[in-house]
Each structure stands twice: as structure tokens, then as C-alpha cells.
Design a protein around this ligand. Structure first.
Ligand SMILES: *Cc1c(COP(=O)(O)O)cnc(C)c1O
Length: 396
């Protein structure tokens, strides 16, 4: 494996940038009790009766501390953004020189990698997923080697949006153990020797993909809470060029608060911190995020319910004649290949049910977000109506 040299891939202006500094952050006043301080440094309005008359903590210390504890990381490995979409944009601004550098994506995948590339004037190279929606490792490694000085970021979304499957496994041993531990914490299956080979193969695969690449590998884990596989945050120590994205918009139910995370080495996080707008996460959102983190149980119960609903929705979808395939999902949505996808999409829209038509990316495909039980039932009911109307048309 080549040694990873962070400085060589960071834009020079960012490497040399002096971060905006406020008096409060210089003296670390955010982490101390401010109630007996006279704060005359930031031109706020102390006469105001608003709850929000003070600037928020630019480094979100309380939130990061809670998160660090939950994730088993240190505070300096965490960036908090105005949604993980902010982290995506910052990655471009930190690493990619407009008009010069490139990134690699594996479509069909999340649209913002490309939109953000467009905004930042960065060329996008594509190595499409294979027929079965798995990564084309060979081709990725080949393209990265061909263009090794200009490809700065490899975007991998896992579980992938919109296909719903995991593209990479961080740690098979953990996955295997989680699957085979009984509730009493006893391994109920003997460790299979042939599994050693699988472990080794997976490790070699990751080394090949990550270790031979000069640039940054982003694993976007927006749907991590809905899969059984272990998170890549546990591999940060192994791969200094790894950035893992997560968000509070999906499982934690805070899409309206806009709170997302990047986890990486302290050196990379420093670059995020100095490139971001100083007060990028507002006070209300920091508080809401902290509160949601302290209610892990509520989130876990919601996730469990959504996974049940996902199973139900997938089974129901599979019953329809016009549904050709329901893809297995490790996320809170289900992708299906459907005859007359666009007609069905429009019909549902007329009934006030909005799903996502993904037919431009994957022919005849619709993506259904997993809703509440009544919502799942409503979409199935409307689809039955659509189907019987179609059959009547044929019979006429
Ligand atoms: C929803 C989504 C995000 C965006 O998350 P925000 O934190 O809401 O900005 C990022 N990546 C993927 C793959 C997503 O589906």
C-alpha cells in the first residue's frame, strides 16, 4: 500500500487558510458556563427577549461529546454539518480544484455528489454498478490508477440510495458474530473455517480499493441505522483517507433540523472546521440533535417499526402482477421494477401519494420510502386500484 499524504491532495489555498476566529472560541468559552460572563465581543443584542439572541457554539462541543461517546470516537474525529449535504459540499471545496480535479461516482447513486460537483466545477467520472447493483471493483481500481493525480474523491454510498443494498462490508467478522450470537450472548454456531477465507477476501478487497488510492474515499452511511452491517467508522484507524458520512435526517427523524456528520482523522476534520461557515449549525438544531441522541431507545424502536413496515411493504409489492422485481433493502425505502412505472407514479400523485420515480436512472423503477403502517397500506391500496383499472381497460 502507498503511504497516504494528506497535504498533497488538499487544495493549497485551504491548506494555508487561517480559520475565522471568534473571541469566544479563542478562549474556549463555549464549553464553560457563560452565565456569569459579560459578553461584549460579538455585537449581539443582550436587551433582546429572544431565546436565540446569542451565536451558537461554532464547534458544537456538547453535541460532539455526546456523539463521541456513543460512537466510540474522539471529539476531534467529528465534523457536524448543516445536514450531511454540507459535508459533501465541503469535501469538494477542501480537496477539489475547480476546473481541474475529478471525482468518481458509481451510479445509480445519490444525486448530490453530482450536483455538488457541478456547483464546484468538478468533472465527474462514472463507473456504474454491475447488473446486480454491486460495485465494479476492477474498473474502479483501473480508473483510479489511470487518473491518479486528478481523481480526488471516490464516493461510495452504502447502503446505496436508490438501490438499497450495501456496497461494502466494513467488518465481516462482526457481522457474522452479530448474526450468530444468541440473546444470552452465546455464540450458537461454531466459527466456520471456510469463513476465515471470506474474512480474508473482504480485507483484501478493502485494502485494494482504499489502499491503492491517493485520494479520499467517502463512505456515505446515511442509511446505516437500517442495516445489520457494521459501520465504517470502526475502520477509520486503518484507512487515513477514509471519510464516513452519517445524518440525523433519516433514522433519527430530524430531517427538518439539518444535522449531518463527517467522521475522519483529526487532520481531515481540522480542514472541515476551518473551511465551514463559522456558525453552520444553528442553536435550535444543536439542541434538537442532542436531545435525539439522548433518546436512543426511541430511535431504536422507530427503526424496528420501520424495518417491520419495510418487510410488509416489500411482500405486498411483490404480489402485484405489474411489479416485476422488488429489490432487497437495507434502508428505509424499497426499490421496485414496475411495468408502466411512470403511469403508476402519476396515478399515485393524483391520489396525493408521492413516491420517487427513478426510471431515469434505472429503467421502470420506483422508490417507495417506508412510511407508517397506514401510509404503507394506503400506497398498496391505491396500487390495487390502479391495477384493476388497467385490467378493465384491457378487457374492454
Ligand atoms: C438523505 C441522504 C443524505 C442527506 O442527508 P442530510 O443530512 O439530510 O443532508 C446524504 N446521503 C444520502 C445517500 C442520502 O440519501
Amino acid at each position: 500500500m502507498k503511504a497516504f499524504d494528506l497535504k498533497s491532495i488538499v487544495r493549497q489555498n485551504i491548506w494555508e487558510l487561517q480559520a475565522y476566529s471568534s473571541a469566544r472560541s479563542e478562549f474556549d468559552l463555549y464549553s464553560s458556563d457563560k452565565s456569569d460572563l459579560t459578553l461584549l465581543d460579538a455585537n449581539e443584542n443582550p436587551e433582546s427577549e429572544q431565546q436565540l439572541n446569542r451565536y451558537p457554539d461554532p464547534l458544537q462541543s456538547d453535541l460532539k461529546e455526546a456523539l463521541a461517546q456513543q460512537k466510540g470516537l474522539s471529539v476531534d474525529q467529528i465534523f457536524v454539518g448543516n445536514g450531511s449535504d454540507e459535508a459533501i459540499d465541503l469535501l469538494y471545496r477542501i480537496f477539489c480544484r475547480p476546473g481541474k480535479d475529478k471525482v468518481l461516482i458509481c451510479p445509480p447513486t445519490y444525486g448530490m455528489y453530482e450536483v455538488s460537483a457541478g456547483i464546484n466545477d468538478i468533472e465527474v467520472l462514472r463507473v456504474p454498478l454491475k447488473e446486480d447493483f454491486s460495485l465494479n471493483d476492477e474498473e474502479i481500481v483501473k480508473r483510479c490508477q489511470q487518473d491518479q493525480d486528478s481523481i480526488k474523491i471516490l464516493w461510495i454510498c452504502s447502503p446505496n440510495n436508490p438501490t438499497g443494498n450495501s456496497l461494502l462490508k466494513a467488518d465481516l467478522k462482526h457481522d457474522w458474530q452479530a448474526e450468530n450470537y444468541t440473546k444470552a450472548g452465546i455464540m450458537d454456531v461454531a466459527f466456520a473455517p471456510e469463513f476465515e477465507q471470506e474474512l480474508l477476501d473482504n480485507q483484501q478487497r478493502l485494502d485494494r480499493l482504499f489502499g491503492n488510492f491517493h485520494g479520499i474515499i467517502v463512505v456515505d452511511e446515511a442509511y446505516q441505522d437500517f442495516t445489520e452491517h457494521k459501520s465504517f467508522i470502526h475502520r477509520l484507524a486503518d484507512y487515513p483517507n477514509l471519510v464516513v458520512l452519517q445524518t440525523m435526517s433519516k433514522a433519527q427523524g430530524l430531517a427538518g433540523a439539518r444535522v449531518g456528520f463527517a467522521f475522519a482523522s483529526p487532520e481531515i476534520i481540522q480542514l472541515f472546521n476551518k473551511s465551514k461557515p463559522p456558525y453552520n449549525v444553528n442553536e435550535l438544531s444543536q439542541k434538537a440533535a442532542l436531545k435525539a441522541l439522548s433518546n436512543i431507545k426511541t430511535t431504536q424502536e422507530a427503526v424496528k417499526q420501520l424495518i417491520d413496515n419495510r418487510k410488509w411493504l416489500s411482500q405486498e409489492l411483490a404480489q402485484f402482477d405489474l411489479v416485476k422485481k422488488v429489490y432487497p433493502s437495507e434502508a428505509n425505502f424499497v426499490l421496485a421494477e414496475v411495468e408502466q412505472a411512470t403511469n403508476l407514479y402519476n396515478y399515485l400523485k393524483e391520489q396525493g401519494i408521492i413516491i420517487r420515480n427513478r426510471s431515469s436512472q434505472i429503467p421502470n423503477s420506483l422508490r417507495f420510502t417506508v412510511g407508517t403502517q397506514p401510509e404503507c397500506k394506503a400506497v398498496i391500496k391505491a396500487m390495487r386500484e390502479f391495477q384493476s383499472a388497467q385490467q378493465q381497460n384491457i378487457n374492454q
